[in-house]
Write a protein that binds this ligand. Structure first.
Ligand code: C2E
Ligand code: CA
Ligand code: CA
Length: 337
């Protein structure tokens, strides 16, 4: 499936030399892509301001990632260095709960945050697209993976940690080997790691992606399909890629109790998944009513603010007992030696 986005600029309004004209068209193209792809945009100077802001953020993120890599790889950086400080990345965790038997936590999803020294706490929506655009998503993704695997080692043996993976990461032919290296380094059994992909990773119908996923699954890494129902929701993906779990998007969960067809859609996804032996997590569970309804529909797991918001590792109370039982210190994410 091939799509197109178009950026348009009008000569001579936007410039008179070829470099400027191409740059303006490129800015408009970026806006078109950000607007959801398959669209066109006409360049306006207000877009350019946005681009500058993104470029600044991209450079700051590059600095933060370089600093993080240096501090975990060896000796601390030179204290007299006068490099500007743009804060640091942190991993927050949101628990996932079994729908049966008292809603015990079955695992947690790692969700990255950027504690920016000037801009405050940034959520991923404001910097993941910048990381993807700027070729930084691999470094960022592996940093999160490493942090998450280290953290999960100290949780009970029957829990998992879920880590989000961007389409660009999955396109790396040796992605699976890199994941195995992180697992080995941390000591986390592969079956306790779940990688969350979106369907856009799969639509390219790329045989490399297929073999990467096959290789990951052959060692026991779990594969889950995020935001199910919002994209192509193509049933052949479920068959071809041997998915372990579907995450039902919260837009369906929020329809429960309204006149819309939320219950019918979720019921259908759950029935299909059950027949295929696939687990189902409902996302965005905010009320007791939704929790009970989703459990009755047969979802295997539930996740949402009703149980817990994403929290820093040190506040992840429900896995604490296992940590102290093992005589391990609770360390804040990022402070692990
Ligand atoms: P996602 O994977 O769908 O993650 C779920 C998002 O929904 C999280 O937003 C979470 O805070 C929010 N959420 C959870 N429960 C509820 C609820 O009950 N109600 C509402 N209204 N929201 C809820 P967050 O942390 O802002 O993350 C946004 C997205 O950023 C994630 O969506 C994921 O696609 C991406 N992301 C986060 N961390 C990473 C990462 O390390 N790598 C990559 N590639 N993407 C990431
Ligand atoms: Ca996710
Ligand atoms: Ca999701």
């Amino acid at each position: 499936r091939v799509g197109g986005s178009i950026g348009v600029t009008v000569v001579p309004d936007a410039g008179r030399n070829a470099d400027d004209i191409m740059r303006y068209a490129d800015v408009a193209l970026y806006e078109a892509k950000m607007g959801g792809r398959g669209q066109w945009r006409l360049y306006s100077p207000s877009m350019d301001g946005g681009r500058n802001a993104r470029d600044i953020l991209k450079n700051e993120l590059r600095e933060v990632l370089a600093k993080g890599a240096a501090s975990s790889a060896g000796p601390p950086s030179d204290p007299i260095a006068t490099k500007p400080d743009f804060g640091s990345l942190e991993v927050y965790y949101q628990t996932v709960h079994r729908a049966e038997g008292g809603y015990a936590a079955s695992g947690a999803e790692a969700l990255v945050r950027w504690r920016h020294s000037q801009r405050g706490l940034l959520t991923p929506a404001s910097f993941i697209p910048v990381a993807e655009e700027g070729g930084l998503i691999d470094a960022l993704g592996f940093w999160v993976l490493r942090e998450a695997c280290r953290a999960a080692c100290k949780w009970p043996d029957d829990t998992f940690v879920a880590v989000n993976v961007s389409p660009a990461q999955l396109r790396r032919p040796n992605f699976a080997e890199e994941v195995f290296a992180v697992l080995e380094e941390s000591g986390l059994p592969p079956s306790r790691l779940e990688l969350e992909l979106t369907e856009s990773s799969l639509i390219e119908d790329n045989s490399d992606v297929y073999s990467v996923l096959k290789s990951l699954r052959s060692r026991g890494v779990q594969i889950s399909l995020d935001d199910f129902g919002t994209g192509f929701s193509c049933l052949s993906h479920l068959m071809r890629f041997d998915i372990d779990r579907i995450k039902i998007d919260r837009s369906f969960v929020s329809l429960l109790g309204t006149k819309a067809n939320g219950a019918a859609i979720i019921g259908a996804i759950v029935a299909l998944s059950r027949n295929l032996g696939i687990s189902t997590t409902a996302e965005g569970v905010e009320t007791e009513y939704q929790r009970d309804f989703l459990a009755a529909l047969g979802c295997t797991d539930l996740q949402g603010y009703f149980f817990s918001k994403p929290v820093p590792l040190r506040e992840l109370g429900c896995f604490r007992e296992a940590e102290s039982a093992a005589g391990l210190l609770t360390t804040a994410s990022g402070a692990v030696a």
